[in-house]
Design a protein around this ligand. Structure first.
Ligand code: BV8
Length: 250
């Protein structure tokens, strides 16, 4: 066993005991928690679709410019995700979330946390399995669920106004849902706040761990590599979420 591995076992044990003693626990996840399920991450090697960066397609401007290509990207991602199952990281988080005083915040739109049975999930960026009226017509403000794969025809239309439907996700340049963001900020008032599999680059999500720290929480980060948040957290555990998270429920 390398000294690095020995040190990590000590860290994981300490984090597990802090979690066990925490009255209020908050977990925030990113694409890395779904990597072991086969869902492409954004900045990972398979993050690119055709030659587009996520930031190029996940914007209202891209949708206005070419709704067909944006919908082909989301339809492709839905087909990928439909073939995936929650992994041991999702299952461990679902069991931690069942404790009193626990909250789970995710940036992921894949709903694998939902399929793992995570109660009270705070979905910051929406769901790829929900659609909304792109024109925000009166009858189309509440997203509706549509899990058809393949989704056809593309782009889908909103039956009431016959206008275009869009994925009910938050695009870059769009504000998050007020109630959802308020719930996430409230969850930063906790004893232990740790992130799993996020590059901590996209805001306002990336600001939550700093908010939790400023409120006195013990903060930790579980990631394969360093992120901009690593210097700020109390403990940065480098490793795979699907291997480490099950150790935190013991
Ligand atoms: C907004 C839904 C008001 C769509 C997404 C402040 C500073 C700078 C910029 C801004 C700022 N405030 C606002 C901005 C602009 C922008 C932003 O943050 N830009 C970034 C790029 C700098 N934010 C916004 O536009 C937000 N809206 O602020 O509105 C406003 C508006 C205009 C101007 C000012 C204010 C909306 C952001 C939400 C966008 N929508 N998703 C869709 O999915 O299609 S974001 C999307 O990308 C994901 O949801 C996620 O949030 C992000 C990807 O990040 P991660 O999940 O972390 O994934 P990533 O691939 O990057 O990293 C994976 C990590 O896992 C890696 O570190 C890797 O090492 C690790 N990993 C991999 N495998 C494993 C692992 N770790 C452990 N185990 C493994 N097995």
């Amino acid at each position: 066993m390398t000294s690095h591995e020995a040190a990590r076992i000590v860290e994981v044990r300490e984090l597990a005991s802090r979690i066990a003693r925490a009255r209020r626990l908050t977990i925030m996840t990113g694409a890395g928690v779904s990597a072991a399920s086969g869902v492409p991450t954004f900045r990972g090697p398979q993050g690119l679709w055709r030659e587009y960066r996520a930031e190029d397609l996940a914007t209202p401007e891209a949708f206005a410019r070419d709704p067909q290509v944006v919908w082909e990207w989301y339809a492709w991602r839905r087909e990928q995700i439909a073939a995936c199952q929650p992994n041991p990281a999702h299952e461990a988080i679902a069991s931690l979330a069942k404790r009193p005083g626990a909250a789970v915040i995710t940036q992921n739109v894949d709903d694998l946390h939902v399929r793992a049975g995570t109660p009270g999930l705070i979905r910051l960026h929406g769901s790829i399995w929900e659609l909304a009226c792109a024109a925000r017509c009166a009858a189309g403000t509440r997203p509706w669920r549509d899990e058809r794969v393949p989704l056809s025809p593309l782009p889908p239309r909103w039956p009431h106004c016959r206008g275009l439907a869009r994925p009910a996700v938050v695009w870059f340049g769009e504000s998050l849902d007020d109630a959802t963001l308020t719930a996430a900020v409230q969850a930063t008032a906790c004893d232990v706040f740790f992130t799993v599999g996020t590059s901590s680059i996209v805001y306002p999500a990336a600001g939550l761990v700093h908010e939790a720290k400023s409120r006195g929480a013990f903060t930790a980060e579980i990631n394969l590599e360093e992120t901009p948040a690593s210097p700020a957290v109390d403990m940065a555990v480098h490793g795979a979420a699907e291997q480490i998270l099950p150790l935190l429920t013991e």
